[in-house]
Structures are given as structure tokens and as C-alpha cells.
Design a protein around this ligand. Structure first.
Ligand SMILES: Cc1cc2nc3c(=O)[nH]c(=O)nc-3n(C[C@H](O)[C@H](O)[C@H](O)COP(=O)(O)OP(=O)(O)OC[C@H]3O[C@@H](n4cnc5c(N)ncnc54)[C@H](O)[C@@H]3O)c2cc1C
Length: 550
């Protein structure tokens, strides 16, 4: 169910922060997560689901109240669904929404509609970060082995060859130390851990501070965000949940930051620069943000890993900061769980950096470029931009390119715990397998994610189950105990599922006769025809075990 339309008072009540849990922390733990923002909370859910003993440590006593992320992408939605949080999100997420960039001359430069992607969810889905964090926290609390301590700051961290010792301090009381095998530093842009380790945060601040105003009860419920690319005052009116909208005004050199966020000033900004002149203003929250683009020089230091804003920050124009932090957790957590369980060597953890870095870099660059295009302040340049887009939009292929968001860099892993040598055109290796819909022999609907349940999987595409079973006695599959799933084009004896063709089926058709190896994060790790599978499996085993450090 999409979020209902609420009044200002109802919205404020819903978004009120809650006191975080103050569990007592065991002296020894498997993973310590520092910081309970979206990155830390998502990692806590992932590790909780994988049975890892976690200490989640958060400096603030309550959940956050800051008006920050609003757009959750399809990939994050899919991850939340795999984490079983779909029902909790019910009623707090908008319908999928698009984004329109409009010229001051009145026409659309780029128009992206809301649509369902191969991940099975909307390309953008609006949520309020304070509510989102409460939902994620509730999710983490489902697991008895995830211990959460709010109101405690990590003040020291020291690692040796066997583990890491963390010191945490509370306002009252003695400092406590805990011992952990691994640390996930999810402690935000000013990360204590990153600074303590002396890891440079490379990049720059951007000269584009923004005033962010969250509004309730906004009559404009068009299913897209409006980037109003007017050099006089560039702004974005982002669709929000609960019938609200967020206004992000670019601040200009003459603006007085001390007064620009007053009620009177916001009124004047809305009347002068937005299509909402005279609209009653029901302000939920307001804040001014300075923007930056930065990436940590290293994402790993021994047993310590940087995730989320501790590792990278980007301007919000591409709506990717929080989504990128979720991808970090999705890539790393299953590897840590596998190492702790003795199923992968610890050297496999080095692939976190190798697999994530390039896509993070691309996503930062994408976000910076969107900001540069939308926030042009020099009229001749803005008119040149508009003329360029007017021209290229004459081509249906270009319009389709933008409408399908093909300009957004896709997470494609080029090197790491996978084997690219598939010999297939448009190989799915290194990409997420689409969220295939299936039908069980009794006619019940199913989907690939639910069947895989965050395990390794061997998927026979139009290959019966017994064609898969014979491979499971060989390394590495004995150790990784994969799920076996055989899918047929039309259901017949010897198969687990029939492929549901109500979604795109080109990939399924191209893979007929192949066996896919899927990692617990849904990334395709290898693909081969059944006759070549043993050789491919052996080559992958070398990557997993012998060269995992790469
Ligand atoms: C205006 C705006 C709009 C945005 N819109 C979007 C969007 O639409 N989509 C999107 O994907 N992203 C968006 N973002 C980015 C998103 O908000 C951030 O990327 C996200 O909050 C980062 O999450 P995090 O968990 O890494 O860090 P944070 O949310 O900063 O959490 C870090 C946590 O660590 C805690 N902490 C810090 N130090 C310590 C310590 N020593 N000990 C214990 N705890 C500590 C902090 O208290 C904090 O709770 C937006 C950001 C802004 C500013």
C-alpha cells in the first residue's frame, strides 16, 4: 500500500524520533557496526538475517530527525524486500515516481516517468529518512543476536591480527571496551573511524549550498519531481510520502544563511520561484546543507571497513547517497558472514573494495553532473543547455534513453568473486539477476529472491533438477551449500518452477541450457552451458579460494 495523504500534524507525529535501544553489549562480538544511520541499520539487518552476532553502536540517544534522503531506488527496495521489511514499509512509501527537468522556457529537458524496473520495484520511491530509520531499527531488533546500544560514542579503536578492540563512552558511566572480529564504520560523513585511521577523504566541497524545506499537504501530487532549472534560482520540488513535497532551493552568493530559512523568507521563495504561489505552507522541517563530493582513499583497513557516507559523499541531485550505502552493505555483509562461518577465506574480503570502488566513483560523478546541469546560473550557458536538449529530444531513441534512466550508472562488477569468461553476448555476469517471477508446480506464484533466500544458488535455465544435482559434490559447492533451482520455459516433470513471462524474458531465453551461479547478493558469479559447467566451476573455485585476495 502506498503512503496515505496525511495532515501536517499526522506527518509530524509519525516522524517523531524514538529513543534507541540501550542493550548491554557482550564483551565479545563478531561484527561491530558503528553508526545507526541507514548504512549501519541496513548492515545490521543483513548480518542479523545471516545469523552474525552484531553490536550496533550509535552516538545519538534517539533516531534521527534530519530531512535528508527521500528517494529509495529499485535496488534498495528489492534488498528491503529480501530482508522481509516489505510489510513494515507498507504505508510509508510513495508510488514509484519520475523526475522532470524543465527549462525556464517551459519545456521538459529530460522527462523520466515512474516505472517498475527489472529489480521488480519502482525506479524511485519516496520515503522520509526519519521514518525509514525507525523501520530499519525495528527490523534489526527482530534478531536476538543483534545488540543495539544508542547514546554511546566510539572513542577509540585498535586492531591486531586477531581482532579489533573498540572503546565506547556514554555521557554518564565508565568507558566500555568490546572485542570484535570485524568493524563496519557507518559513522557518516565526518567519520571518526576514517579520521582515526588516517584515511584521506579525497574530493572537494561544492559551491552549491541548498535550503531544504519539507512540506505537508501539497496539492501538487503529479508523480514526478520537478527540477526547475531556472538560472535565477535553481530548485527541485521532490515528491514526498504522505502527500508532501520537498523544496530544495539553491542558495545564492548574496543570501543570508541566518535568515533564509525563516517562515517569511520561505514564503517569498515559494511565491517567486515555484509553481506554488500563494499555496498554504505546512512546513514539516527545514535545513541548510553544504554539499560535497568525496571518496575515501581506501574502503578497508585490515579488519575495518568503511560504508555509506563514511566512505563516500555526493550531492543529492542524483538521489543516490543512501542507496549507495545500501549497496556497500549488500556487497560486504554476506562475505563477512561467509568468512566467519569458515566458508570463504578472509582474503575474500578484499574484494569489497575491488567490486565497489568503480561504481561508487561513477555514481558520485553522475550526481555531480546532474547538479551541474540543473544548477546553471549563467543565462547564456543555460540557454545553450536548453537548446541542446531541445535538439536531442527530437530523437525518440534519446528520449527513451533518458526515460529508461539508462544515464544512471548501473552496478556492474568487473573483477572480484566471479568469473567473467562466459562466452555469451550481453553476459549477466557481474550484474544483479533480474527479480524473475516464477510459478510453482501447484500454480503458486514465487520469485527468485524468495527461493534463493540470501544463499548461493545454482540455477538451471530450462535444465531439469537432476542436471544440477550432479555438480554439488564438487568443490566449491560442497562448502557453500547452494540452493538448486531448475526453471523451465513451460512446466514439466523434473523442474522446480516455470518461468513467468509477464515480465521481460529475453535474458531467460538467451540463457536456455545454461547453469547460472548466483551469489547471496543476487549477483551472477558465473554462467556456462551444462557441458562446460564443471570447468567453469573449477575456475571459479580458484578465484574464491586461491586468488580471493586478488
Ligand atoms: C538534502 C539531502 C537529500 C538527500 N536525498 C537523498 C535521496 O533522495 N536518496 C539517497 O539515496 N540519499 C539521499 N541523501 C543522502 C543520505 O541522506 C545519506 O547518504 C545517508 O544519510 C547516509 O547514511 P549513513 O548511515 O552512511 O550516515 P548517517 O546517516 O550520517 O549516519 C551516521 C551515524 O553514525 C553516528 N555516529 C557518528 N560518529 C559516531 C561515533 N563515534 N560513535 C557512534 N556513532 C557515531 C551518527 O550519530 C549517525 O547516526 C540526501 C542527503 C541530503 C543532505
Amino acid at each position: 500500500m502506498v503512503s496515505p495523504v496525511l495532515t501536517l500534524e499526522e506527518t509530524m507525529t509519525l516522524l517523531t524520533p524514538v529513543a534507541g535501544p540501550r542493550d548491554s553489549l557482550p564483551a565479545e562480538i563478531e561484527v561491530a557496526i558503528i553508526g545507526a544511520g541507514p548504512a549501519g541499520l541496513t548492515a545490521a539487518n543483513l548480518l542479523g538475517q545471516l545469523g552474525v552476532k552484531v553490536a550496533l553502536i550509535e552516538r545519538n540517544a534517539r533516531t534521527s530527525d534530519l530531512p535528508r534522503a527521500i528517494a529509495v531506488d529499485d535496488e534498495y527496495m528489492r534488498l528491503l524486500d529480501r530482508l522481509g521489511l516489505g510489510p513494515e514499509l507498507d504505508g510509508h512509501i510513495s508510488k514509484p515516481f519520475g523526475v522532470h527537468f524543465s527549462s525556464p522556457l517551459g519545456f521538459a529537458l529530460v522527462a523520466v516517468p515512474g516505472f517498475i524496473t527489472p529489480n521488480g520495484f519502482g525506479n524511485r520511491n519516496a520515503v522520509s529518512q526519519p521514518m525509514f530509520e525507525k523501520i530499519l531499527l525495528k527490523g534489526a531488533q527482530r534478531f536476538a543476536h543483534v545488540h543495539s546500544r544508542f547514546g554511546a560514542s566510539v572513542t577509540d579503536i585498535a586492531q591486531d591480527k586477531d581482532g579489533v578492540t573498540i572503546t565506547l563512552a556514554e555521557e554518564a558511566g565508565q568507558p566500555q571496551t568490546i572485542r570484535t572480529r570485524y568493524v563496519l564504520a557507518c559513522d557518516g560523513a565526518r567519520s571518526f573511524v576514517r579520521q582515526h585511521l588516517g584515511i584521506p577523504f579525497e574530493g572537494a566541497s561544492l559551491d552549491q549550498p541548498h535550503l531544504v524545506v519539507d512540506l505537508a499537504e501539497v496539492p501538487d501530487q503529479a508523480g514526478f519531481s520537478r527540477f526547475i532549472c531556472n538560472p535565477r534560482r535553481p530548485l527541485n520540488a521532490v515528491l514526498g510520502p504522505y502527500g508532501g513535497r520537498r523544496l530544495e532551493f539553491m542558495l545564492l552568493p548574496g543570501d543570508n544563511h541566518a535568515t533564509i530559512a525563516s517562515d517569511e523568507s520561505i514564503r517569498a521563495l515559494v511565491d517567486r520561484h515555484t509553481p506554488y504561489k500563494g499555496m498554504p505552507l505546512k512546513i514539516i522541517r527545514r535545513a541548510i546543507y553544504g554539499l560535497a563530493e568525496r571518496l575515501a582513499a581506501r574502503l578497508q583497513d585490515g579488519r575495518i571497513f568503511l560504508l555509506g557516507d563514511a566512505a563516500h559523499i555526493m550531492p543529492p541531485f542524483g538521489a543516490q547517497g543512501m542507496n549507495t550505502g545500501a549497496r556497500d552493505g549488500a556487497n560486504l555483509c554476506w562475505k563477512i558472514a561467509a568468512v566467519l562461518a569458515g566458508r570463504l577465506p578472509s582474503t575474500a574480503l578484499a574484494t569489497y573494495e575491488i567490486e565497489r570502488r568503480e561504481h561508487i566513483r561513477q555514481t558520485i560523478d553522475y550526481s555531480v553532473h546532474i547538479g551541474k546541469l540543473a544548477n546553471i546560473r549563467f543565462w547564456p550557458l543555460a540557454l545553450l543547455r536548453d537548446a541542446f536538449f531541445a535538439l536531442v529530444n527530437l530523437s525518440p531513441a534519446v528520449r527513451r534513453y533518458f526515460a529508461e534512466m539508462r544515464h544512471l550508472p548501473k552496478p556492474v562488477i568487473k573483477d572480484g568473486l566471479l568469473l567473467h569468461d562466459s562466452g555469451i553476448d550481453n553476459s549477466p555476469v557481474g550484474r544483479l539477476l533480474p527479480r524473475w517471477l516464477l510459478r510453482a508446480p501447484d500454480g503458486h506464484p514465487a520469485n527468485i529472491d524468495a527461493e534463493i533466500a540470501m544463499q548461493w544458488a545454482l540455477i538451471g535455465v530450462n535444465l531439469p533438477r537432476d542436471a544440477l544435482e550432479k555438480f554439488t559434490t564438487s568443490v566449491p559447492w560442497m562448502q557453500l551449500s547452494p540452493r538448486l533451482i531448475s526453471i523451465s520455459a513451460s512446466l514439466e516433470y523434473g523442474y522446480d518452477f516455470e518461468f513467468d513471462r509477464s515480465r521481460a524474458s529475453e535474458l531467460f531465453d538467451a540463457l536456455r541450457g545454461h547453469i547460472l551461479i548466483l551469489r547471496p547478493d543476487n549477483v551472477v558469479a558465473g554462467v556456462a552451458l551444462a557441458k562446460d559447467f564443471a570447468a567453469m566451476s573449477d575456475a571459479l573455485a580458484i578465484k574464491l579460494y586461491a586468488q580471493a585476495g586478488l
